[in-house]
Design a protein around this ligand. Structure first.
Ligand code: PDD
Length: 290
């Protein structure tokens, strides 16, 4: 039985109860974060915390995040995930419990804070080396997807559409631009340059995206932040996704058509290797501190 965090307490999941008046439940009025851990070591906790603070500020939920790193670490520990290869902590903050109104509660209520930890596994090398597939779907999200809100219905519908046709992910397209995946950022390689959407209101500013931009620069791999037109996909050398629960994930087929030669490309491989090397260095640095 997993232990979760709810409203200040660590409790068995079966005992964690949220009110039906919670504004997260009724209105989707909340934000969340997903922090990756490798063998119990948080990966760029500071950046996840900063993004959470920004999300909270943008939706005007008043919540002090100073305790979040400790809560996240403890969730990993109490669930026996200190040695797990890979785990994540999910943390959600809603505006709290109040009779349903479209405006904010008139008398301030404490936000509802819920967190859980779980292990995840990287796909087997043979699967990764074959690459992943995607379809393009219209991006039906609102205009502030830079805020990590719990309103994921368009993402869920897009991902399900992909699953329905037996592919691995959806590429969300708005005004002819391939913005991002349903739960990952999206990249193309053109003339050896790794390209991804700039940080605007139309894309989630992925922490993995930022890390991959940095490791690319450190490797001397050219990068560019610009919109990728959907017509460009046909002549991309490589495509890949990045995210906390995907790391660097090659995409070798879109809408049934192979990308490049239909195999995982050299830039994707180099970036994945560099990303995993940084994970190893982060673990080693934490071991020295411990
Ligand atoms: N998803 N784009 C979207 C729409 C996302 O939901 C996510 C993360 C990302 C990648 O962000 P990061 O590199 O910080 O994980 C991009 C999380 C993991 C989720 O919803 O489970």
């Amino acid at each position: 039985m997993s232990t979760v965090y709810l409203g200040g307490d660590f409790v068995p999941k079966s005992e964690a109860v949220v009110s039906v008046d919670d504004r997260g439940f009724l209105l989707g009025d909340g934000v969340y974060e997903v922090v990756p851990f490798y063998e119990g070591v948080p990966f760029f906790m500071d950046r996840h915390l900063a993004r959470l603070r920004r999300s909270l500020a943008e939706v005007r939920i008043d919540f002090d995040t100073s305790g979040v790193p400790d809560v996240a670490r403890r969730l990993v520990t109490v669930n026996g995930l200190d040695r797990a290869d890979r785990s994540i902590v999910y943390l959600q903050v809603t505006r709290g419990v109040a009779p349903r109104t479209h405006y904010f509660p008139e008398k301030p209520v404490p936000p509802t804070v819920y967190g859980f930890a779980k292990a995840w596994s990287r796909p087997a090398d043979a699967v990764w080396n074959r690459g992943f597939t995607a379809i393009t779907v219209p991006d039906r999200r609102w205009m502030r997807v830079d805020i990590k809100t719990i309103n994921l219905l368009p993402n869920a519908l897009a991902f399900q559409a992909a699953k329905d046709v037996g592919v691995d992910d959806a590429i969300l397209v708005r005004d002819g631009v391939a913005i991002e995946g349903a739960h990952q950022n999206f990249w193309g390689v053109f003339d050896g340059t790794a390209v991804t959407h700039p940080e605007t209101n139309l894309v989630l500013s992925g922490i993995t995206r930022g890390v991959v931009l940095e490791v690319a620069r450190a490797q001397g791999i050219p990068v560019e932040e610009r919109p990728i037109q959907v017509e460009e996909l046909a002549h991309a050398e490589e495509l890949f996704f990045t995210g906390a629960t995907g790391e660097v994930r090659p995409c070798v087929q879109v809408d049934g058509k192979p990308i490049g030669d239909g195999r995982v490309g050299a830039v994707t491989r180099a970036l994945s290797d560099a990303f995993l090397a940084l994970v190893e260095r982060t673990k080693e640095a934490a071991a020295v501190v411990r």
